[in-house]
Design a protein around this ligand. Sequence first.
Ligand code: NAD
Length: 483
Amino acid sequence: MTLVTKSSYVDGAFIPLGSSADILENRNPSHPGEVVERFERAGQVLTEQAIAAARRAQPAWARSNPQQRADALDFIGTEILARREELATLLAREEGKVVREALGEVDRAGRSFKFYAQEALRAEGEKYQSVRQDVAIDVFSQPLGVVGIIAPWNFPIAIPAWKIAPALCFGNCVVFKPAELVPSSAWALAEIISRAGLPAGVFNMLIGPGRSVGDTIIRSPLVDGISFTGSEHTGRQIARLAAEGMKKVQLEMGGKNPLIVLDDADLEQAVEVALNGSFYSTGQRCTASSRVIVTAGIHDAFVARLAERTRALQVGDALQAGTDIGPVVDSRQLEQNLSYVAAGLEQGAKLECGGERIDSPAGAYFFTPALFTEVTAGMRIYREEIFGPVLSVLKVRDYEEAFTAAEDTAFGLSAGIVTTSLRHAEHFKRHSSAGMVMVNLPTAGVDYHVPFGGNGASSLGSREQGTHARQFFTRVKTTYQLA
Ligand code: NAD
């Protein structure tokens, strides 16, 4: 296969090759020796050019006909869905997600664009009667302006899609920076967007590091808002800088999502929900359940069956049929998983299975899903986000103790319960402080047309996705008119 070199997209064109000597090699975590594609990195100067182009294009795009925006978004969604297998294979090669999951992610990206194609046409606004005689009041929303979109590596096409689509839909210009571990899906998306009929400057994509490209976007006075998904550490940094620059921010960060399993649960259903939510996508989902809180009556049977199912999972090449769990994304994340396994053992948890690197001739980052029991609430594996397939099981007495344990975290993204009790399900839905609550479903796996987001250290700002995305990507204007 010929190795291709690609570049950033700025002001309506891909930057000519040879503009930068700084080369990024995108590697396949199933075969780290294999370079998927090469990219010329953008730096601060190109980032400033992209922001300036977005600023120039913004006033006209803000006034663009909704049909123009709807047609462009529909074009992008249609092409993503038509090329789903090719894009999913690319995604699996660069990120390590198995093809079945990659297909789901690509579909979600395509459907997000299709959803916002319709949303662009939705009439919006409110009319009020003034408290003053003969004055009419109109309230409506206007585009936020130029938005910086900064994405993580674990959903290389769906997260960019669910931010870029509403941004464009509501009349904003975009400066998008994907994570350096997954530039190929981002480039493929940008290439489709480049043919959607958008005026130059409306959409820009920069491939480069957070510390230069990302930092320049965040600090620029020409950028009105930042929509970020990534780690809590980076999110906090962005929040501080955005506050200084008086920018609107939307931050989606980490999680330590609990799943409660009660005595009255269907055992097979509980095991399936835990297995899926904790280990699929190699545990690299912000909504993954990394804590399972189990009441005493079902605990031993649940652990025995979950360990049996976990041992049977096939860890291997993301592109190979029959693989359940693909590789960890890179060597750094693999080291992090292994160090948490060591910390769990050191602090006295019992490793029921997994937690080891699998040797492969290609040096792949294969890691067997780890199941810990005899966990206590103070242990690091129970408290900190690992972002890998490492699950801690906490044994509790009853629902009340389980609920208290589930709430015992600074995060608040997703939470789940497996039960046949309507009373406990209803109580949990109503009182859990997570932003998304699942009953008899995995904590991970959400729809694309409804709000997505959490509370506490997991999220800041208004919700992503669905009609709620309008809140971030627009500003509200109130007008008064004397009749
Ligand atoms: P990360 O914070 O390291 O990087 C995210 C993005 O920020 C990347 O594009 C990176 O280049 C950029 N970046 C890094 N430093 C920056 C800086 N100083 N200024 C500007 N940009 C900078 O996160 P990651 O490792 O890519 O992703 C994993 C994390 O993302 C996990 O914590 C996970 O929970 C979280 N995540 C959250 C959600 C959610 O919706 N809540 C979804 C997916 C992932």
